[in-house]
Design a protein around this ligand. Sequence first.
Ligand code: SF4
Ligand code: F3S
Ligand code: FES
Length: 234
Amino acid sequence: MDVQLSVLKYNPETDKEPHFEDFTVEADPMERLLDCLHKIKWQHDSGLALRRSCAHGICGSDAMVINGVNMLACKVLVKDLKQPIRVEPIRGLPVLRDLIVDMEPFFAGYLAVKPWLITDDRQHDPERERIQSPEERERFDDTTKCILCAACTTSCPIFWADKEYVGPAAIVNAHRFIFDSRDDGGAERLEILSSRSGVFKCRTAFNCTAACPRGIKVTQAIQEVKRAALFDSL
Ligand code: SF4
Ligand code: F3S
Ligand code: FES
């Protein structure tokens, strides 16, 4: 079948403004949008800039706005998209070229919450294994699924308006460690997240939960972190 696409293009070296360009490619209804973008690149416009790596919903590099909704291009089938398919870069981050945005502000928010295991050897014998029960592991299971695609943060109206907000992805990754029974950095992270750029900026818009391609209950995780920050309930 013929598939019609309208793709936002922007080359800062030659274009004053971003603009849509139309393409038609031949594709099977069961092919993914990423396959169509590859066909554009290989058959029509070799300069089309986009990020992708795994093509199987794992690396998180091809989040984009598809027909107005944040999705991974490698996970959505052509048959499920209304044509012409409008393809734009994710919102709220500077566009470097075409569908590629500058992810630095996103990763700055992520790193600000110290998304790694923090251990205090004064509290635990470093020579001994730290046992974790299935129930303790279950406590943060949902937030381990994050692939850092930025679909949540770039769908959040608070993040669009206020770049100081660390954003939902950072909070999801803080949650993953705050509620890990082996981690000793919860209080430190909650202090960071109680600051002006932290969890209390969230206005429970739920866009983030709707956008997450991994089905993570993002807003629920944010609420749990808010409660822990307010009531010291670790
Ligand atoms: Fe992507 Fe979901 Fe992680 Fe947000 S929480 S970065 S939407 S995988
Ligand atoms: Fe934004 Fe999600 Fe909160 S969309 S306002 S982080 S619930
Ligand atoms: Fe890796 Fe889509 S290319 S998630």
